[in-house]
Design a protein around this ligand. Structure first.
Ligand code: HEM
Length: 187
């Protein structure tokens, strides 16, 4: 009698795998998770160039400081045009300053330039209303540290110096901004 192994060898079947080595065939296919719905792209306002923000109450009180009285501070900053130059110069410096530039990535700089201008213009009594958000809610999620604030103040000082704002006027504006530290710095 021919043994089974011999018969199989004749048929060319060699080294049959042990049952334990046979991988069970996967019969149920797991469907890939559906891709998440794409975030709706925020579109910039065709007129202002700004991205939309959630609605909020507008108030000059959100500027965070009572404005100066009289015209001395407005004049020291060379009116609205000078204030605009100071704000733009400060933002230009901040967004390329390697110490804080990352904080500004993915934020709407068009809006930031406008609201900062309004805020400074309002505080300097140069004829503007502030329409931005209050300092606490606009900085809540940024995780800012005192060092970040000090760097931004340096950028502001350089911008004011470029605008030839006198030291006394520079320091008067800085002393209006100083108490905002408690709302802006969260770590
Ligand atoms: C006293 C100091 C500060 C003042 C007066 C100030 C003022 C403002 C104003 C007016 C806004 C716009 C609010 C709005 O969009 O409605 C804003 C937003 C913002 N600020 Fe400040 N800021 C201060 C400190 C800082 C510092 C230290 C940093 C970072 C280094 C910073 C980064 C930002 C950023 C990234 C936004 C945009 C937030 C967003 O897109 O929601 N700020 N700040």
């Amino acid at each position: 009698m021919i043994s089974i192994a011999f018969a199989l060898a004749l048929m060319g079947v060699q080294d049959l795998p042990a049952a334990a080595d046979i991988e069970p065939e996967v019969t149920t296919e797991v469907a890939p998770a559906p891709a998440p719905a794409p975030e709706p792209e925020l579109e910039r306002d065709p007129v202002t160039g700004e991205l939309p923000v959630d609605p909020y109450e507008m108030s000059n009180a959100h500027a965070g400081a009572t404005p100066f009285t009289g015209t001395a501070m407005r004049d020291a900053f060379h009116g609205q045009e000078g204030i605009r130059r100071v704000v733009d110069n400060m933002v230009d410096r901040a967004v390329i300053d390697p110490r804080i530039s990352e904080i500004f990535v993915a934020h709407d700089l068009v809006r930031l330039r406008r609201t900062l201008f309004e805020q400074f213009c309002h505080i300097l009594n140069a004829g503007c209303d502030y329409t931005g958000r209050d300092m606490e809610s606009s900085h809540r999620d940024l995780g800012l540290q005192v060092d970040d604030l000090n760097v931004l103040v340096e950028n502001l000082q350089a911008a004011m110096a470029d605008e030839k704002v006198g030291f006394a006027a520079q320091n008067r504006l800085l002393s209006k901004l100083a108490p905002m530290k408690r709302d802006v710095v969260t770590r």
